[in-house]
Design a protein. Sequence first.
Length: 339
Amino acid sequence: MTVRNRILVLLAALAVLAGVATAAVLHASARADRRDRPQAGGPTVTSGSVTLTRAGRMVFRNMAWGPHRDELTTVPASDPSGPRTASGVTCLRFHAAAGTGVCLQAVHGPVSDRYRAVILDARLKATAHYDVPGIPSRARVSPSGHFAAWTAFVGGDSYAGTHFSTRTAVVDTRTGKLIPTLESFRIRKDGHAYRAADVNFWGVTFTADDRTFYATLATKGTTYLVRGDLKARTVTTVHTDVECPSLSPDGTRVAYKKRVPGLPKDAPWRLYVLDLRTMRETPLAETRSVDDQAVWKDTHTLVYALPGDYGADLYETSADGTGEPHRISSAAVSPAYVG
């Protein structure tokens, strides 16, 4: 290569690097501009103290534009649309129980983002970090606070289609011992040992015994509710057509989203509740497609997110299928009832 050609190659490379740097700066500037611009007519959000042990509180990710966009904020559970207190801690997905939180975060780089799961104490101080190998999707903490789980997309970015892959991890928050993927667990399907290359897990929900959990298993185009055993490292199929399960506080029912034939491919779900003793399914009053892992506000009420003007709004509906769903908070997602 001649000296002239080498100089031309060097100049071209410098031009590409300059373009990448400029694009990164413009992207960061635009993101900062949106964050600094308060949402017109939106909720009041101010900085303050947020803990995971204050009784009668709801903690969630604030979606309102402004300086507190994406921060964990808190409101009284009795006034979910009231003024918000912001923590300064940002999360994409969040859940908490018994003074322990799990926060799935984006770590912004000059060109691309990476993701991590952060275990939080009652004052939202980080106690541990774990790499998340994809786009965060679901997060849960056990009732005791001793375990946390999260799911990420490692191929594809939506549950609506069939071509996606997930990775679900569980960690003991006391010891830091990590199970990087539930795919290492032995599977019993319909009473028999089962293995397949296309197995996916997502949407963990824990019982109160620090051993048992429920989750979704997908294989060969079918989804299953599975009951897992953290000590035996096994999962057993319980029911078909269950996604993103959420166990009721009394441990007797699972709320979940179910694919219903005839609905659009990009919005295929309806909310149901399954009685674990009788296996009776109850369709809930919410008729819109819910792509979320619902949260039990109490033994009678479910809270979940639907798309809104600023990303998502929170709604609630009765767990017995009666009544009408209604919005309880705008520009909010990933709620947890704490204290």
